[in-house]
Design a protein around this ligand. Structure first.
Ligand code: MN
Length: 256
């Protein structure tokens, strides 16, 4: 089995090495990861700058790009064969609810899915980030790799996994929850008296709704959320079809 491992915390992240070491028990692991932290970089692809991939040792590459670049480069150049699975993580911090739209960790799994390779993202929700918690998450990842390879993922689907710190009581299939985004920008003065802003300073709340990723984590369960690339809101069709969007055809004169 060939497993591609990447992350958004950078090549030196402890979550990456424990994941790669643990998955090595299942097959050949190739690590292709950003050369520095790229958290919250989303699904960004580098199109207007050269990318360098430095081989640090056998099967480990440090890339001067984003997690999405790493997966792209691995699949289209660095790897001599297609991987059976791409695993992204273990992220330092949960990727829950709406956060996944910012996440480089999740985007790497998304990129693999775009390229028809099975993938999941895995994150550790913790305040202390004990080594033992990373080991728990890595063990879970190994078990999940086995199941993904055995069953195959549904079409266009990848998994977003979050592991709680401390004792794990269960594993739950969940849906994406919702954050409360308020008062997350701090304005302060720099030493020269000029104003600056810092995004994401405070603790963010969330809707603690049963069945969601957040609810699983606060109940000490591993959360597994199946995601897909189709962002269409199918439930909105009924409501939006009552609008008169079809009358707004550009270039066809109306009576206004
Ligand atoms: Mn990160």
């Amino acid at each position: 089995m060939l497993i591609l491992v990447t992350n958004d915390d950078g090549i030196l992240s402890p979550g990456l090495s424990v994941l790669a070491d643990t998955l090595a028990e299942l097959g050949r692991v190739v690590v292709v990861a950003p050369d520095r932290e790229r958290s919250a970089i989303g699904h960004s692809l580098t199109l207007h700058a050269p990318l360098r991939a430095e081989q640090i040792k056998k099967d480990v590459f440090s890339v001067s790009g984003t997690p999405t670049d790493c997966v792209n480069l691995a699949l289209h150049g660095l790897l001599d064969e297609r991987p059976d699975i791409v695993v992204s993580g273990i992220n330092r911090g949960g990727n829950l609810g709406d956060d996944i739209t910012y996440s480089g960790t999740v985007a790497a799994a998304m990129e693999a899915t775009l390229m028809d390779v099975a993938a999941f993202a895995i994150s550790l929700e913790s305040k202390t980030f004990n080594a033992e918690d990373f080991v728990h998450a890595a063990d879970f990842a190994a078990g999940l790799v086995r199941q993904v390879v055995e069953h195959g993922l549904p079409t266009d689907t990848f998994l977003n996994v979050n592991v709680p710190a401390g004792e794990v009581r269960s594993v739950q299939l969940t849906r994406q929850g919702k954050r409360n985004y308020n008062e997350v920008v701090e304005a302060k003065l720099d030493p020269r008296g000029k104003k600056y802003y810092w995004i994401g300073g405070g603790e963010l709340g969330f809707h603690n709704v049963e069945g969601t990723d957040f609810h699983a984590i606060v109940n000490q369960a591993v959360s597994v959320t199946p995601l897909h690339l189709d962002l269409t809101n199918y439930r909105s069709f009924d409501e939006l079809s009552s609008w008169e969007i079809d009358t707004l055809v550009p270039g066809q004169g109306d009576d206004k």
